[in-house]
Design a protein around this ligand. Structure first.
Ligand SMILES: [Zn+2]
Length: 296
C-alpha cells in the first residue's frame, strides 16, 4: 500500500462520504419542503375554489334538511360570518350544527337587543359552540363558561318540527341565548363590587350579601341561593325585579334572568320577535343595563 492510498483512505474518503451524505440530506429536505408546499397550495386552491363556488352559486351548495326546511350551508356560513364581523364571536359547530336562524338570532340579540356595534365588546365571549342534546341533564339548554370564553348551547335533535320552527322553539332559543349572554356581560363588563351594588340596589339580595366586599366574581356571596328559593311561586314573584324562581338561585342567575327578560322585551318592542312574557323589570334596572353596555 502506497502512502498516497493511505492518505486517500484516511482523509479524502470520509470527507467525500460525509459530503455526499450531507448533500443528500439537504437535497431531500429541500425536495420534501417543495413537495409539501405544492401539496398545501393545491389544497388551498381547491378549497378556495370550493368556497368561491358555494358563495357565488348557492343552488350548487350541499343542502341540509332540517325537518321540513331545507337550508343551504351557505345560508349558515353567511350568518356565521355576519356574527363574526359584527360581534367578533366565532361559531364552532359540533356534529349537530346550529341552524342559520339560530345564528341570525344571536346577531339580533347582540346588535339590536344589546346595541353592540363593535367586535369584542364582550371580551369574555369569543366562541359559540353547538352541542347535540344528550340524555344527561347537563347541559340542560346551554351554559356560559368564563374559562372557555364561550357559550355552549344544545341544538335541537330534530332541529325543527313539522310546524317549521314553531314559536315555542324560537322563543326558548332566544331566552336561553339572552340568559347566557347575560352571564358573559357580568364577566366582561362588571367588577365584583359593581355586581354587588346591582344585586343590593335592584335585586332582593340586601339581607344575603354582607358588608364585606367580594374579592372576585365567583365569591361565595354571589353563589348562594336566596332564602325564598323554595317558597311557593307567589312568594318568589313578590320581589321586585325577579322574573322567575330561577332568578333566586344566586346573584349570577338573578342577573342573567333579569337581563334576558330585558333583552326579550326590547326585541319584542322592536318587532324582532313575538315572544310574550311579563314585563317585570323596573325602568331603573333597564337603564342600568344600558349604562353597563355603554361603558368601556
Ligand atoms: Zn345561568
Amino acid at each position: 500500500m502506497t502512502p498516497g492510498n493511505s492518505f486517500l483512505r484516511v482523509f479524502v474518503t470520509p470527507f467525500v462520504t460525509a459530503f455526499v451524505t450531507l448533500f443528500g440530506k439537504v437535497f431531500c429536505t429541500i425536495f420534501i419542503a417543495f413537495a409539501r408546499s405544492f401539496f398545501f397550495q393545491f389544497l388551498l386552491l381547491s378549497s378556495s375554489a370550493w368556497a368561491a363556488q358555494t358563495t357565488l352559486t348557492p343552488e350548487a351548495t350541499i343542502g341540509t334538511t332540517f325537518g321540513t326546511k331545507t337550508e343551504t350551508t351557505s345560508e349558515r356560513a353567511q350568518a356565521e360570518l355576519e356574527l363574526l364581523k359584527k360581534t367578533g364571536i366565532a361559531v364552532l359547530h359540533s356534529a349537530q350544527p346550529y341552524e342559520a336562524w339560530q345564528l341570525q338570532a344571536a346577531v339580533q340579540i347582540l346588535t339590536i337587543g344589546l346595541g353592540i356595534h363593535k367586535p369584542n365588546k364582550l371580551n369574555r365571549l369569543k366562541y359559540l359552540y353547538s352541542q347535540a342534546p344528550t340524555r344527561q341533564f347537563f347541559p340542560p339548554k346551554g351554559f356560559f363558561s368564563n374559562e372557555l370564553q364561550a357559550i355552549i348551547l344544545t341544538t335541537p335533535k330534530e332541529a325543527s318540527n313539522n310546524n317549521n320552527n314553531n314559536n315555542n322553539n324560537i322563543c326558548e332559543f332566544y331566552e336561553t341565548l339572552s340568559h347566557e349572554i347575560g352571564h358573559s356581560v357580568v364577566f366582561s363588563l362588571l367588577s365584583p363590587s359593581a355586581l354587588r351594588h346591582l344585586a343590593i340596589e335592584f335585586g332582593p339580595w340586601a339581607k344575603h350579601i354582607g358588608l364585606q366586599a367580594p374579592t372576585n366574581l365567583q365569591d361565595p356571596i354571589f353563589m348562594t341561593p336566596h332564602s325564598d328559593y323554595n317558597m311557593p311561586i307567589e312568594a318568589v314573584l313578590i320581589h321586585n325585579n325577579v322574573p322567575s324562581r330561577y332568578a333566586l338561585s344566586n346573584v349570577h342567575e338573578w342577573f342573567a334572568e333579569t337581563f334576558s327578560n330585558w333583552v326579550i322585551q326590547t326585541l319584542a318592542e322592536k318587532n324582532i320577535t313575538h315572544c310574550l312574557q311579563d314585563d317585570s323589570i323596573s325602568n331603573a334596572l333597564k337603564q342600568e343595563f344600558t349604562n353597563i353596555l355603554n361603558s368601556n
